[in-house]
Design a protein around this ligand. Structure first.
Ligand code: BES
Ligand code: MN
Ligand code: ZN
Length: 501
């Protein structure tokens, strides 16, 4: 899909579809809408009143062949209250346009960029929203087989109408937005793909391909190599599965020598391609959703693919342990004790608390890379969903400065995170009588006790844990985004990598 920036004004624009963002309480008397209202001879005011359009978030008003204009469709899109516009508003605008028009047969959509959004981040957000917002998840409907890419709406172009001048920063916004959007779509596809078609081996292959295409180096450890190097947490979780495990290590190095010598940002993603619970098996209801238990790893792979293209000036390393959690005669049992990669022993109280076992290995390996900081991302606990629902990801960490960095970056990226306490008062809850640590808390709070186990494997390295169990999947579609995987974390990781030094 081609995106162009144009200085054509909305009233002079000629084309298939034109999209205009409208804030709440904005009327056709406001300078922004008055020119369109006057060229259409009051059509706009009439339609807005008749349809009761007020500019609420996600609200739309579609006008066919508006008189006085040379467009087939004019789409008004609600942006919510004025004065609160941020990147999220831009994504909403782009996404709503893409979703509302995706079945119209229109190939090229024009979106007006208002003054407040006419900068690098504003343009980037609209592009991100437009590219990701119109896609679906029905990738396995045979009737739609001929369709090119089910994860994208069928547009060939996007035209952004910019007031005033088109700057270099705005062009950079287009480039960044399309790279990040493509990365989010990669993550969405990986997460949406059923577990029989997204095994650890297949997923490692996807990572390799994505890295090759974006200039990131990629090493995949197979089962034999994992055994030789002692990744026993990953091997233990995997041992009930017929599918072999993999560990993917992706490294981005800036071209410039001074930048390349900086300590890397380390990203660690949980990659359970299917979580049955193992011997501590899950109930049947909803178990199929556990194909998405690799959403953390998918976000890391997506982010690395974008980072390779965007070339930030700090090294980034992405680590994804990948395996299935299955019950079988060879599966780990409750009561088993495993010796992790770091050498610490873990008592497996519940085989369904498997994510922390593979992350223990991934985190210990990340620590060896001497990073500036680690961020792990995992669909780790139902307890996090109980605490925060489907709005905020849970966050925990061991270093106030690093936590601040991640929290403030997430505010800009629009991925909401909420910090949980990690006081040492909680430590006793993961003490084991037989081993160094147990893999479940003795009692609630489940999200914090999971983080407490992870904390044992990061030493003094600045570390942040993101529990995305509640936010990686969106059940219902919104006016600006389809149902299914959200690709939570991709934008945050890209922004962490792009952070100024
Ligand atoms: N993958 C699940 C967590 C999960 C739950 C993700 C719901 C997405 C939605 C994780 O491996 C798990 O099973 N956690 C257990 C831990 C418990 C046994 C201590 C849980 O939360 O029940
Ligand atoms: Mn589990
Ligand atoms: Zn799991």
């Amino acid at each position: 899909m081609k995106t162009i920036l144009s200085r054509t004004s909305t009233t002079e624009f000629r084309g298939e579809a034109l999209v205009i963002g409208v804030f709440e309480s904005e009327t056709t008397a406001s300078p922004h809408l008055s020119s369109i209202d006057s060229v259409t001879d009051g059509l706009l005011a009439g339609a807005m009143t008749r349809e009761g359009f007020t500019g609420r978030k996600g609200e739309t008003l579609l006008i066919h062949a508006p008189r006085g204009m040379d467009v087939s469709l004019l789409l008004l899109t609600g942006l919510g209250p004025a004065g609160t516009a941020d990147r999220e508003t831009g994504r909403m605008l782009g996404g709503t346009a893409a979703r509302r028009l995706r079945k119209s047969g229109i190939k090229v959509v024009a979106i007006e960029i208002r003054e407040e959004g006419a900068d690098r981040e504003g343009i980037r957000a609209v592009v991100e929203g437009f590219v990701t917002g119109g896609g679906g998840i029905d990738a396995y409907k045979t009737a739609k087989k001929s369709r090119r890419d089910p994860y994208r709406a069928p547009y060939t172009g996007l035209t952004l109408l910019c007031p005033g001048s088109v700057t270099k920063a705005m062009r950079a916004g287009v480039a960044t937005g399309s790279v990040v959007a493509d990365a989010m779509l990669l993550t969405r596809r990986l997460v949406n793909t059923p577990a029989n078609l997204m095994t650890p081996v297949i997923m490692a292959g996807e990572a390799r391909r994505a890295c090759r295409a974006s200039g990131v180096s990629c090493t995949v450890l197979n089962e034999k190599q994992l055994r030789e190097r002692g990744f026993n947490g990953l091997l233990a979780v995997n041992q009930g599965s017929a599918n072999p495990p993999r560990m993917v290590v992706m490294r981005y190095r800036p071209a410039e020598a001074r930048a390349a010598s900086k300590p890397p940002l380390a990203l660690v993603g949980k990659g359970i391609t299917f979580d049955s619970g193992g011997i501590s098996i899950k109930p049947a209801k909803g178990m199929g959703e556990m194909k998405a238990d690799m959403a953390g790893a998918a976000a890391v792979i997506g982010a690395m693919s974008a980072i390779g293209r965007l070339q930030p000036s700090r090294p980034v390393i992405g680590i994804t342990p990948l395996c299935e959690n299955m019950p079988s005669g060879s599966a780990i049992r409750p009561g088993d004790v495993i010796t992790s990669y770091a050498g610490k022993t873990i008592e497996v109280v519940n085989t369904d608390a498997e994510g922390r076992l593979i992350l223990a290995d991934g985190l210990a390996y990340a620590v060896e890379q001497e990073p500036e900081g680690i961020v792990d991302i995992a669909t780790l606990t139902g307890a996090c969903v109980t605490a925060l629902g489907h709005v905020y990801a849970g966050l925990a960490g061991n270093d106030p400065g690093w936590i601040d960095t991640v929290v403030s970056t997430s505010r800009a990226s629009g991925e909401k995170v909420w910090q949980m306490p990690m006081d040492s008062d909680y430590d006793a809850l993961v003490e084991s009588e037989i081993a160094d640590v147990r893999n479940t808390g003795k009692e609630a709070p489940g999200m914090i006790t999971a983080a407490k186990l992870l904390e044992k494997f990061v030493g003094n390295t600045p570390w942040v844990h993101l529990d995305i169990a509640g936010v990686e999947w969106q059940k219902e579609s919104r006016p600006w985004s389809g149902p299914g995987p959200t690709a939570f974390g991709v934008r945050l990781f890209v922004d962490l990598a792009l952070r100024s030094l």
